[in-house]
Design a protein around this ligand. Structure first.
Ligand SMILES: C[S@@+](CC[C@H](N)C(=O)[O-])C[C@H]1O[C@@H](n2cnc3c(N)ncnc32)[C@H](O)[C@@H]1O
Length: 284
């Protein structure tokens, strides 16, 4: 077992009546004040642009699968999508403890109730295709293990693989800084095309800076229920409706936390250098 395996979740009824999961070890509420279904649908499905991408086949990285909120929302999306017929979902997590917790609480969540048969199968199999109506296929792969290693080894196994959408939903940069580093975002960038969209609930300056330095074009999108805004990044500037303006450089310079705690001295120097040279800020 690694230092981060063995995650446990308890159900929590928030002050506004929403039911969500609390991560026992960090105390973090997994889906903010809006709960799993609303966050997954509004931020990851809608604000990512998946809902209106118009493609017939997409590849999605579900990073930090946890209790499966994005996974359930993706299945529900495919069932009703007018354009998408095939989704290839790569779910990354250390373990399936969150999926197990979701299944145990299925009566609390309509999306889990609707998709409990998928969830049951996902606990015993790591790769299968799930039919979502006529001619609609949900191809699921669970990539178990530490993301810092699995994202690298996947590149060796599938050298040509590119993602259309990346949903980045790890525990916060404050509690898990090693999962929000420049080096990791660079690795993720190797799966990126010009049209790739990356969404995360975080709005941290250190995350924005590390993403820009890793080559992404970075902006903001709707609140997640955890933060007043979320990060939307893409492989090219034209894909980002609300690009961070050039004054982000001074925000970064004045920030009390310009780097995630896990960044090495070399990475910090590299982030500073690349941020200033990035076309998002140096052009136009
Ligand atoms: C905030 S939860 C994800 C919430 C989830 N998206 C949902 O819909 O419920 C973060 C997840 O990251 C996983 N995790 C933590 N450290 C990890 C690592 N080093 N590599 C891969 N997964 C990790 C945890 O097991 C946990 O399931």
């Amino acid at each position: 077992m690694t230092e981060t395996q063995g995650n446990r979740y308890t159900l929590e009824v928030l002050d506004n009546g929403v039911v969500s999961f609390r991560h026992t070890q960090t105390g973090e509420i997994l889906h903010g004040s809006v709960g799993p279904e609303k966050e997954a649908t509004e931020l990851y499905i809608d604000a990512s642009g998946l809902g209106k991408c118009g493609k017939s086949e997409v590849v999605v990285f579900d990073v930090g699968t946890g209790c499966g909120a994005q996974l359930m929302a993706l299945i529900d999306f495919l069932k009703t999508s007018q354009s998408v017929q095939e989704i290839h979902v790569y779910s990354f997590d250390l373990e399936k403890e969150g999926l197990r917790a979701a299944l145990e609480a299925r009566e609390q969540f309509a999306s889990v109730e609707r998709n409990h048969l998928f969830l049951e199968k996902s606990l015993s199999e790591n790769s299968f295709t799930w039919k979502c109506g006529e001619n609609k296929n949900f191809h699921w792969k669970f990539i178990g293990g530490d993301f810092r290693e699995t994202i690298r080894s996947l590149r060796d196994k599938e050298p040509q693989l590119k993602a259309d959408f990346i949903f980045y939903d790890f525990f916060s940069p404050a509690s898990h800084p090693w999962l929000w580093t420049f080096e990791l975002f660079q690795m993720l960038h190797s799966y990126c095309k010009e049209t790739t969209h990356f969404v995360t609930y975080s709005s941290a300056t250190c995350v924005k800076a590390a993403l820009v330095a890793a080559g992404w074009f970075v902006g903001t999108t709707i609140p997640s229920g955890k933060k007043a805004q979320s990060i939307f990044a893409a492989g090219s500037s034209g894909e980002v409706a609300n690009l961070l303006p050039s004054k982000f450089i001074s925000t970064f310079s004045l920030s009390h936390k310009p780097f995630c705690d896990a960044e090495t001295q070399e990475s910090q120097l590299e982030i500073r250098k690349r941020l200033l040279a990035h076309p998002q800020f140096s052009e136009g």
